[in-house]
Write a protein that binds this ligand. Structure first.
Ligand code: IPE
Ligand code: IPE
Ligand code: MG
Length: 264
């Protein structure tokens, strides 16, 4: 309870960041952390700024969180940056959001390369403006040989669109006789999702107090631990991430079994 209150109020658990890092590193680190970065608009509104100022500030949080995640040994960090539903926003805001990957990568790609981070993305790249596509493709190309943390941006990503695409591919192969319908299993479905090469998320974090998935990784999150924090994305910092990991480490993941009992 106290833990929860401290997290809500964004109060550090006792000790410095260095202590917190040492503490989380002494226990199991979630291999894949997925984050729904939410609350940029409300962060800006609170300061009488335009919504896009919140998106711009949020970009700095992306850098911070990527760095600390890499430092503690997270293998994959997936960040939900733009959903298939976000096209419904005002054109000016969408245009601004489409410029952010270019700006982010112009500013930080050098550091990410130094830190051995590999940039990847999930989502339908084909519908993005050329300049956005180019910036992302270039970052993917320039970091493809890095073997450190994967920084995976979900950009124009929607879980339902992903599942439809997968279903269509499998149906096509079944119709042409390339596979038998009864061979379709979890592994085959996994291999036709955009996350085919990634482990499933262990920890899902959503900022800004909204308690929903907004079409994010519906299949992949089947056994993830969920955490919803009131902190707005531009205010989410290293200490917040470390507290989330500490909380994750205190949970018992049973995957349907009974703790301490061997299967019969
Ligand atoms: C998250 O912040 C960023 C994107 C969805 C692109 P929002 O823009 O959704 O911020 P709120 O929810 O309006 O505060
Ligand atoms: C989810 O946030 C999408 C991203 C963070 C990219 P939204 O702010 O778009 O979600 P809703 O509309 O509140 O469900
Ligand atoms: Mg939002």
């Amino acid at each position: 309870m106290l833990n929860k209150l401290m997290r809500k109020k964004n109060i550090l658990s006792e000790g410095s960041i260095a202590d917190q890092i040492a503490n989380v590193k002494s226990r199991q680190i979630p291999a894949h952390v997925a984050i729904i970065m939410d609350g940029n608009g409300r962060w800006a509104k609170k300061r009488n700024l335009p919504r896009v100022a919140g998106h711009h500030e949020g970009m700095k949080t992306v850098r911070k969180i990527a760095k600390i995640s890499n430092e503690i040994g997270v293998k994959v960090l997936t960040l939900y940056a733009f959903s298939t539903e976000n096209w419904k926003r005002p054109k000016l805001e969408v245009d601004f959001l489409m410029r952010l990957p270019g700006e982010f990568l112009n500013t930080y790609l050098g550091e990410l390369i130094e830190e051995n981070v590999r940039v990847e993305m999930i989502g339908d790249l084909s519908l993005l403006p050329d300049h956005t596509k180019k910036a992302i493709e270039q970052a993917i190309r320039k970091t493809k040989d890095n073997d450190g943390m994967i920084l995976n941006f979900a950009m124009n990503y929607g879980s339902r669109a992903e599942m439809i695409r997968c279903t269509q591919e499998l149906a096509k192969m079944a119709a042409s006789g390339e596979i038998k319908w009864e061979d379709i299993d979890e592994d085959m479905i996994n291999s036709y999702l955009m996350t085919a090469d990634l482990p499933e998320p262990d920890l899902l974090i959503r900022t800004s107090g909204e308690i929903r998935l907004s079409n994010f990784m519906l299949w992949q999150l089947a056994y993830a631990e969920f955490s919803f924090t009131d902190v707005l994305w531009p205010d989410f910092d290293e200490a917040c991430l470390l507290s989330e990991v500490e909380e994750f480490q205190s949970r018992s993941r049973r995957f349907g079994s009974v703790e301490g009992e061997e299967p019969v």
